[in-house]
Design a protein around this ligand. Sequence first.
Ligand code: DX5
Ligand code: ZN
Length: 221
Amino acid sequence: MKENDFLISSSILSADFTRLGDQIKQAEQAGTDWIHIDVMDGHFVPNISMGPFIVEACRRVTDLPLDVHLMIEKPERYLGNFINAGADYLTVHIETCPEMDNTLSKIQELGCKAGMTLNPGTSAEEIEPYLELADLVLVMTVQPGFSGQSFMFDILPKIEQIRKKIDQIKPEILLEVDGGINEETIKSAYDHGARVFVAASAIFKHPQGIQAGIDSLVKEL
Ligand code: DX5
Ligand code: ZN
């Protein structure tokens, strides 16, 4: 962490892909801490987005940590591909990982930080057995699949519940939230214990540009 006790992870899902490198550079100059890359397979979620090729392209334009979120069935088939492409954090869904302990260990053995995430409809208890193994926990605050959706305020108690468990078991785990984070919602997520904030539309679709988008989030914390 730098001087703040939170991190901003800019999700390129809402970036202008005709000039992705330039958009990442702008986010970097505007103070983003991480770049978030949303990988969707059209099976686990009803949308198709990007694969290792885009991670590799991002790796060539920035030294910032690449925070790769795998919304795909059978993610264990592709861990090596994403890590070789340059992922620093690789996050998998509990709904897709029947052997979460093995999947997290494999990610770490390959030299990457391991994240675990859960959909809005999945209870905190589902991930608790594996908390000790994780470097990061991501709580989805929208149904995964698309940027630009509204933050689900009814997930706030689950963020708090997971925060408490993390503090008991392994306080160094990073607690991240993803979906609908904007200047109206970020403080609530912070107050319930989140410390890493993913945002796509609030940053890349801000009417005054990327710098204004990041500033609008940071000023709330
Ligand atoms: C949703 C993705 C998010 C998405 C967030 O499935 O995991 O990372 O890009 O978009 P916003 O910030 O617009 O809700
Ligand atoms: Zn995401």
